[in-house]
Design a protein. Structure first.
Length: 384
């Protein structure tokens, strides 16, 4: 097995490389094999991916009694770059999202979500061709850190007493029935996220970076993100245009004037909300790719951004586009730009001709099963 190394801030990728892959729950059994087939066809003979299947989610629980086995985390860490299908969050007290667990355990601090429209895909916008953004969402802090206590718990009562007695907090209106959560946002975490967004903008010839925040209300957390982001940009990227916008204004303005935005840097919860709205503007999360990256260690997990859709599992109707486009991001990250461009072109040609799975096929198009859509993409790769 061939591993990726990380030296002097750069990935060193052999021509034959081992990539851990988590099939995922629900429709993961349909879209992950489709992704592998397309990527293998695009890579061809010059390079090769050895897919290393590792369990997580329901399959892992059935096999090991653990939802996220340590061996899976170790594989993602040791091989540095991996890809995954959708994972369901276990039901029950104390179970955090498996996706969040993976991001936090590997310190994948940047959630990167490109958003663009493909001709032939139905959009609610009049001019979806004006949408071309890349969202950098902080991935390890904010409310997604998971620091919270249920209403009425001993911890909630203790925290309220500390807030009230030691800090003089008077704003908790119903202390006996209040749940509490902590929202940590740090200078270090904010700066490394904004640094990644700014570097991406420079590397890809982007026009500017916009900091999206709620600093008008949360002045020391969201406001800190804004202040630290501007400081970082001034210190390290003096020639780059950086601006900011309040989150609610951003969500409105992206619908009206999406061309006003290019690279977005934002906090975790804001990024979660914004990413799904932006995806809906260009056809939905079914075609939205995503990556979770630590640019300081080189670790990255690429993923489908949608849910598990268990009702569609095994029916042949699942859309593999999100995972395919995430694989495109992975190939770009590896420096394999040729195969990445080939998959994007093949997908675009299918969409343009109305060849798509049922969820996004136009009324006058050609609805395909998962297997038929996969084969259509491979055929276009072969004819490229």
């Amino acid at each position: 097995m061939s591993t990726i190394t990380f030296e002097d801030g750069q990935l060193r990728v052999p021509d034959t490389v081992t990539i851990p892959v988590i099939t995922g729950d629900g429709i993961g059994v349909d879209i992950t094999p489709a992704m592998k087939a397309v990527v293998d066809a695009a890579v061809g003979d010059a390079k090769h991916i050895d897919w290393l299947d590792v369990p997580a989610g329901q399959a892992a629980f059935d096999l090991t009694g653990e939802w996220m086995p340590q061996a899976t985390l170790n594989a993602c860490r040791d091989y540095r770059v991996s890809i995954k299908g959708p994972l369901a969050t276990p039901v029950g007290d104390g179970h955090r999202s498996l996706n969040v667990a993976l991001r936090q355990d590997l310190d994948l601090y940047a959630c990167v979500r490109p958003v663009r429209w493909f001709e032939g895909v139905t959009s609610p916008l009049k001019r979806p061709d004006r949408v071309d953004m890349v969202v950098f969402r902080e991935n390890t802090e904010d409310v997604y850190a998971g620091i919270e206590w249920p209403a009425g718990s001993p911890e909630a009562r203790r925290l309220f007493r500390f807030l009230s007695d030691d800090l003089g907090v008077k704003q908790v209106r119903f202390p006996c029935s209040s749940a509490f959560g902590i929202k940590p946002i740090s200078r270090d975490g904010s700066r490394r996220l904004v640094r990644a967004a700014c570097q991406y903008a420079l590397d890809h010839g982007r026009r500017f970076v916009t900091l999206v925040h709620k600093g008008n209300i949360m002045k020391f957390t969201e406001g800190g993100f804004l202040q630290w982001g501007y400081e970082l940009a001034k210190e390290e990227f003096p020639g780059l245009v950086v601006k900011d916008v309040i989150t609610d204004a951003f969500l409105q303005d992206t619908l009206l004037h999406p061309e006003n935005y290019d690279v977005i840097a934002t906090t975790n919860l804001n990024g979660d909300l914004a990413s799904d709205q932006l995806a809906a503007m260009v056809g939905g999360v079914g075609i939205a790719p995503g990556a979770n990256i630590n640019y300081e260690t080189g670790h990255a997990v690429f993923e489908a951004t949608h849910g598990t859709a268990p009702n569609l599992a095994g029916t042949g109707q699942a859309n593999p586009s999100s995972l395919l486009l995430s694989a495109v991001m992975m190939l770009e990250y590896l420096g394999w730009q040729g195969p990445a461009d080939a998959i994007t072109a093949a997908l675009a040609a299918c969409y343009r001709q109305g060849v798509a799975t049922l969820d996004i096929a136009p009324a006058d198009g050609q609805p395909c099963s998962t297997a038929e859509f996969t084969q259509a993409i491979i055929t276009k790769l072969d004819n490229h």
